[in-house]
Write a protein that binds this ligand. Sequence first.
Ligand code: TGC
Ligand code: FAD
Length: 387
Amino acid sequence: MLDYLDIESEFTAEERQFRDTVRDFLDERVRPNIADHYEAGTFPTEIITEMGDLNLYAPNLDGRGFPGVSETAYGLLMQELEACDSGLRSMASVQGALVIYPIDTYGSAEQKDRLLSDLASGETVGCFALTEPDHGSNPSGMTTTAEVDGDGYVLNGRKRWVTNSPIADIALIWARDRSEPDDPVRGFLVETDREGVEVEEIDGKLSLRVSPSGAIALDDAWVPAENRLPGVSGMKGPLSCLTQARFGIVWGAVGAARDAFEVAREYATDREQFGKPIAGFQLQQEKLAEMATQITLGQLLAVRLARLKERGELRPQQVSMGKRNNVRMAREQTRVAREMLGGNGITTAYSPMRHLANMETVYTYEGTHDIHSLILGEDLTGLSAFE
Ligand code: TGC
Ligand code: FAD
């Protein structure tokens, strides 16, 4: 497997063991059927609790039964999941970074006791609803509201593009709280079987087909006051969760590109044209050389961000640099891998085209490539392009 600069030697024995356990699990339980799931547009739901048994949801958290693995081990997990399919990494990103993390960080003791253990085991599936039909890149424009009603809140609004929502038991809905001055954004834990909550699956996706995406309609959906996350107010709440999930994508994108590279290298070595393996032609060698270099650079960037995160020094803007670079890299290199497979490369028999199609989503969600350019632009100049 590609590791041109012996980055493996940067990892501890525990980190490698955790990574290998995940890789073996995926080889045995998921990889053989992942292309069929992609074609069918289905998630292998039978593995959700198996992933929980292996501690794959937010394992970098400590306490309350979470194993507290290093940020590097967490990154390696994301890398292996996405080397199989971005839909698997999405499932784990949402469950871990976007649902368990905010409850653990901003939730009440009662919310943690009530929800965390079942989310960690995969008995309960969560989703994170920030985006609205008219507010994607600019979520602070959201119009979903929460108003006090008796000893709870009534929520109204529309959320769209919510990963896991068609299979979720609970949704973390970000809404403007009208009971407070200036209507700050607040997080509400909304069980999806509550009256006034409708989830509709989004069909027709040509990307991320293994991951269920949905739209959520909230029409006078009432939740008790204890379902509001007490520990955070304002856009910092959802955006700080996104920093956790984006960190996982920095690693995950490298996994998708690495898998596409390995398939292309093997194919080019086997496939003969003009009397010899196509890998013997200089044009194909240049493609492999460039892919290997870009994937290695992406890996180094991911390791560096993990080190900063482990020291508690990672800034969100640095995560933006990683997400922006590594997803663009994976989008470009999976396309080159696809190209090297010729006609066979457009089928589900080989992974590069599936990874390439997935990268169109990954390039767009968790902040589009453009938005991360502007976050970096603001950090580099002190001038915000958003205002
Ligand atoms: P802004 O005024 O810049 O900041 C508001 C407050 O938040 C803080 N903050 C952050 N904190 C932690 N991490 C970050 N990344 C943060 N970004 C900002 C900031 O310090 C401030 O704190 P305070 O204490 O001063 O109040 O916020 P803004 O509303 O102007 O936001 C600007 C912008 C454009 C960067 C932001 O809206 C943005 O990132 N837009 C992109 C939207 C996005 O990423 N959506 C993702 C939806 S979820 C998703 O896609 C899941 S896919 C899951 C999967 O399947 O894997
Ligand atoms: P828009 O914001 O309308 O952007 C359209 C284009 O305009 C983009 O190219 C963008 O870069 C560009 N643009 C926007 N603003 C600017 C600007 N200021 N300057 C320059 N260019 C700009 N959201 C959730 O809340 N939870 C989820 O679980 C989730 N999962 C998703 C799963 C999938 C499969 C997809 C596709 C999306 C998911 N999203 C989720 C939503 C995702 O985060 C948004 O799609 C993304 O933030 C972009 O928003 P938008 O699609 O409305 O595009």
